[in-house]
Design a protein around this ligand. Structure first.
Ligand code: C2E
Ligand code: MG
Ligand code: MG
Ligand code: MG
Length: 277
């Protein structure tokens, strides 16, 4: 009986796996047409200056709404896009949307708000990235320092390549931040070596900071490390007033998280928070 059961559960898993693979392939096919079908949207989440309690910048966060799959989380479709070559087109689309938004603000007389765009590892290593960005900056007459690129430690694998790409992007006047800091495998020395501007403390260290002494110690250490190296630092995933209290005490000047706002479409954000010109 046990043998029989084992075999049928094996078959069960096998067919489950086959379904999953088919589902993934189908989802990828839908994702491939998402841009032309207008299924992608950029949501924005404010980044706050804790001293002045004003918005200094927004992070652009991609959203995908599909008739078959409904709302798909970026945690699911970004890896899918990354596995195929889709991330290049999708990433370029997000970059252009961000530049369009910056242009719109400029027309409205708002010229001090930055947008941070997530750049996936494959996109980071793609030859055309810098020239694509340059093209958008010129097309939409964007001040380069208003565009920030968020890269993760997993983008910084090959040291020589990474340095070359980062130097090129920096020479264009763009701002570079390291996303999810502290969760990757890179050695600390890269933040000394590479021309980066901002460290984003990963939300996993912020979430339980008010109760977990170890998280608190790590957050504090990252803040001090950034300051000692002359880098800016921002805390991600700030959900509680207690987090703000601690961050302020540690001289961390910027934060982002649900406490201030969820990522929202720009028209909803503008309704709630008129930006100062
Ligand atoms: P990320 O870049 O680290 O973005 C932060 C994520 O944390 C976002 O999830 C955001 O909605 C969420 N978040 C912000 N504040 C809080 C908070 O207070 N509490 C909690 N629990 N979560 C918070 P989201 O939008 O689901 O994006 C997930 C990831 O997908 C991003 O992580 C990023 O790695 C990737 N992603 C999103 N948009 C893009 C994109 O345009 N390009 C690329 N390459 N990756 C993207
Ligand atoms: Mg990010
Ligand atoms: Mg992050
Ligand atoms: Mg992340």
């Amino acid at each position: 009986y046990a043998k029989e059961k084992g075999r049928s559960s094996y078959r069960f898993y096998q067919s489950k796996m086959k379904n999953q693979l088919e589902n993934t392939a189908l989802m990828e096919a839908h994702l491939r047409r998402a841009i032309e079908k207008n299924e992608l949207m950029v949501y924005y989440q404010p980044q706050i200056d804790l001293e002045t309690e004003t918005i200094t910048s927004f992070e652009a966060l991609l959203r995908w709404q599909n008739p078959k799959f409904g709302f798909v989380s970026p945690g699911v479709f970004i890896p899918l896009a990354e596995e195929s070559e889709l991330i290049i087109d999708i990433g370029n689309w997000v970059l252009e949307e961000a530049c369009k938004q910056l242009y719109e603000w400029k027309v409205q007389g708002i010229s001090n708000i930055r947008i941070a765009v997530n750049i996936s590892p494959k996109q980071f290593r793609e030859d055309q990235l810098a020239s694509k960005i340059l093209y958008f900056l010129e097309k939409y007459e964007i001040e380069p320092s208003l565009l920030e690129l968020e890269i993760t430690e997993s983008s910084m694998t090959d040291a020589e390549d990474t340095m070359k790409i980062l130097k090129q992007l920096k020479s264009m006047g763009l701002i570079i931040s390291v996303d999810d800091f502290g969760t990757g495998y890179s050695s600390l020395s890269y933040i000394k070596r590479y021309p980066i501007d901002i460290i984003k403390i990963d939300q996993s260290f912020i979430r339980d900071m008010d109760t977990d002494e170890k998280d608190k110690a790590i957050a504090q250490t990252i803040i001090h490390l950034a300051h000692n190296l002359g880098l800016d630092v921002i805390a991600e995933g700030v959900e509680k007033e207690e987090h703000v209290g601690f961050l302020k005490k540690q001289q961390c000047k910027k934060a982002q998280g649900f406490l201030f706002s969820k990522p929202l479409p720009i028209y909803e954000l503008m309704k709630e928070i008129p930006l100062k010109k």
